[in-house]
Design a binder for this molecule. Sequence first.
Ligand SMILES: Cc1cc2nc3c(=O)[nH]c(=O)nc-3n(C[C@H](O)[C@H](O)[C@H](O)COP(=O)(O)OP(=O)(O)OC[C@H]3O[C@@H](n4cnc5c(N)ncnc54)[C@H](O)[C@@H]3O)c2cc1C
Length: 313
Amino acid sequence: MNSSDRTPIHILGAKCPVYRQIPLAKMTTLRVGGPAEWYIAPRRLDDIYGALNWASSEGFPVTLLGAGSNLLIGDRGISGLVVSTRYLRELHLDEVSGEVTVAAGFPLPKLAWQLANHGISGFEWAVGIPGTVGGAVVMNAGAHRSCLADSLRQVEVLEPDGQIVTLPRSALAYNYRTSCLQGSSRLVLQATLQLQPGEDSAVVRQRTDKHLKQRHGTQPYHRPSCGSVFRNPKPQAAGWLIEQAGLKGYRVGGVHVAYEHANFILNGGHGTTQDAIAVIRHVRETVRQVWDVQLQLEVKLLGEFDQDVSDFL
Ligand SMILES: Cc1cc2nc3c(=O)[nH]c(=O)nc-3n(C[C@H](O)[C@H](O)[C@H](O)COP(=O)(O)OP(=O)(O)OC[C@H]3O[C@@H](n4cnc5c(N)ncnc54)[C@H](O)[C@@H]3O)c2cc1C
């Protein structure tokens, strides 16, 4: 099969086709990066099993993707099989107890609104985060002084050996934007959250809306970005350090530091990963020189790059 042949192949037992040489740029919010050698976005657990067995028999490495909102994918793409969990979308919520079990691909904004509509509070903070539950579990996503670990009770993961294991929150080594799932090959299938039931849904919706409006006023929300590029070196904010170093608007090729929020980089339309890496490297180096602070990446690098990125890993 040549590299431009996009005809899917069908794996025995799996209803979901596997595609070859699928461009991944459109599957990330920054809109950069090369293709997946093989790509699957299953809607059913059985299809994940089938695909992983197939990848294992072919000796392919497996890379996991959610909504691609915290990623920088190399311009050369990702070899092996890329599994996106974005279409695993089951949701069970108990309005009386506030317990919510939700599949990895469920979008965070949609979940925040659904919970608000049922008068379940404690998840309003997530309304403006354009990721999935799986990505949020891995990243310990957070905003407005709350984070996923606050309400997570347990997660169900698929281990590389095919076993499904339930892990309590205490087993996940949560900290600021980190968990022990980062860099592991465990696939998050679903999460169980414990939230607060029984509030007036109009009041929860109002709080949710307030969070969203606040975000729209402070971030370039609808333009191609990957969210915050750097972790905040607490107690300082990365965005403030970058802004005070005079870097707003700094540009390489099609990528520049956002004027609205200096910890965001934006792709003006023709940016590449190489441009993004050059901007990030310049920002990190300038902040080190001006503030003597070594910024750490929050965004995750996946795949193969045209340049050496080992200093970011
Ligand atoms: C405009 C904008 C605003 C943002 N604001 C915030 C914010 O306020 N707070 C915040 O914390 N983040 C923010 N982010 C970053 C991002 O949305 C979060 O980190 C989100 O949780 C990532 O989810 P995702 O599904 O997009 O994961 P991806 O970006 O696809 O993946 C992130 C990591 O999780 C892994 N992964 C994804 N799904 C699975 C799975 N099912 N099993 C195992 N591993 C998996 C990937 O391999 C990767 O390492 C923002 C991003 C954007 C673009």
